[in-house]
Ligand binder design. Sequence first.
Ligand code: FAD
Length: 313
Amino acid sequence: MNKSGSFYQELFAELPKNRVFFDYEMKNFSTFKVGGKADVLFLPENISEIQDVLAICRANSIPFQVLGRGSNILISDRGIRGLTIYLGYNFTKVSCEGNHIRAQSGASLASISALAARNNLSGLEFSAGIPGSVGGAVLMNASAYDSEIKDVLISSSYLTPHDEIITLNGAEHQFDYRNSVYQEIPAIILEADFVLEEGNRLEIYGKIQEFQIKRRASQPIDKYSAGSAFKRPQGNYASKLIADAGLKGYRKMDVGVSAKHAGFIINYGGASASDINRVFAHVKSVVEAEYGISLEPEVKWIGDWPEEEIQWQ
Ligand SMILES: Cc1cc2nc3c(=O)[nH]c(=O)nc-3n(C[C@H](O)[C@H](O)[C@H](O)COP(=O)(O)OP(=O)(O)OC[C@H]3O[C@@H](n4cnc5c(N)ncnc54)[C@H](O)[C@@H]3O)c2cc1C
């Protein structure tokens, strides 16, 4: 922490005591189960709370970081400077009206797909097993089993660092494979509106179950990871390249490439973020040396990373 703990405690003194934490361990806010401390961690419940904390950040030149449910990130062992806004616990309201599902961005994909199923709405079945939030999924254009967020999202709203709320519709999201305009602009995604098709409830549940069975059979979902480590390179699969390079099951201390799915890098329990970072670098360099293909991480590096550790990217 560059600024002192008491500086932050005074600055954020007005926030609800049970939802603001100082110098707080972030391991449990990431599915990799690594990462140091956040100077300030806040779990907002509504938009005006987010606006209030951002106003404090603006007035005091404090950096901020937004997290959804932490399933696509690698948090530095040195932690996160300034304010971390974690949306996945309290900013999670969802509602269904006709064939629309509306959700606050911290809502889990599991919760919106379950709500859709209960209302006989089809289109979100693919997302039930993705452990992220609505905001993270929109930013990443999350996808599985030949469906993607792009297929069902009609609009989303976001907050700019200057306190404007803006709505984007359809093509304005500029969705692409694991990409959206939100990766280009400073934005806190607030809400999303999905439009779904009427369907048969039993068929919808059946599809969700079929995808879950496939996922359990093919992915190490019982281990700490952030899902696919690298993006799919043009015309190829990262997991195939990694396996063909002989790295399936590779292990260095407590980090490894899954023996079940070579696309997943796993923390077996005792790894640090730096250990995991080193395995990412190793996998990328071996694949590049073997096939001349430069893998691009899908995971986002968060927090205070030493420049020299992440130069390999
Ligand atoms: C076991 C496992 C399986 C997975 N399977 C899949 C899969 O099948 N398909 C798939 O696409 N992904 C998969 N993932 C990856 C991950 O779940 C998705 O990328 C998900 O969309 C990330 O959402 P999140 O809320 O966890 O984002 P986080 O990890 O919290 O954040 C990811 C990025 O999004 C930003 N962000 C998050 N919320 C907001 C917001 N509201 N406003 C602005 N920025 C925001 C963060 O700053 C960060 O840069 C898997 C992960 C795991 C661990």
